[in-house]
Design a protein around this ligand. Structure first.
Ligand code: HEC
Length: 116
């Protein structure tokens, strides 16, 4: 009985780890890449409050996940800059938009944190 419980725990732990790894990819595919992705709407000033909330949650999720490449602490700094800019955009703080455009640079982030 003990052995079964232990096996179950190991299975759950490994499933948890696998889904953590795909968090960044999922958020990228849904909220960053498409032509009408929320991340792109934010830059054009077209994202609604509900869309901003969705993106804020997505960014929080990727911030907690581990990127395929690069330093975890630097990843935290980078993703917190995205969160902070989004919070300002939502609060209609004028500096939010320029901070967002700087932080959301796809290539600058991929060069450092995106593995193969
Ligand atoms: C904060 C850093 C960061 C920014 C900004 C960022 N990305 Fe990413 N992106 C990543 C990382 C990291 C990965 C690799 C996923 C992994 O490591 O698990 C990735 C992967 C992707 C992928 C591949 C998903 C897959 O299926 O494998 C696409 C597409 C993508 N990003 C699009 C974009 C676009 C478009 C932008 C700009 C509008 C962007 N990203 C901005 C960090 C970022």
């Amino acid at each position: 009985m003990k052995k079964i419980a232990l096996t179950l725990m190991l299975v759950i732990a490994s499933v948890g780890a696998a889904s953590a790894d795909s968090v960044i990819k999922d958020v990228m595919k849904k909220d960053f890449k498409p032509e009408d992705a929320i991340a792109k709407k934010v830059g054009k000033g077209e994202a609604t409050d509900a869309e901003l909330d969705t993106l804020i949650k997505g960014v929080a999720a990727i911030s907690a996940a581990t990127p395929s490449k690069g330093d975890k602490a630097a990843w935290g700094v980078k993703t917190k800059a995205l969160s902070a800019a989004l919070a300002k955009v939502k609060a209609k703080d004028a500096s939010g938009m320029s901070e967002w455009k700087k932080a959301v640079n796809c290539k600058a982030c991929h060069d450092v944190f995106k593995g193969k």
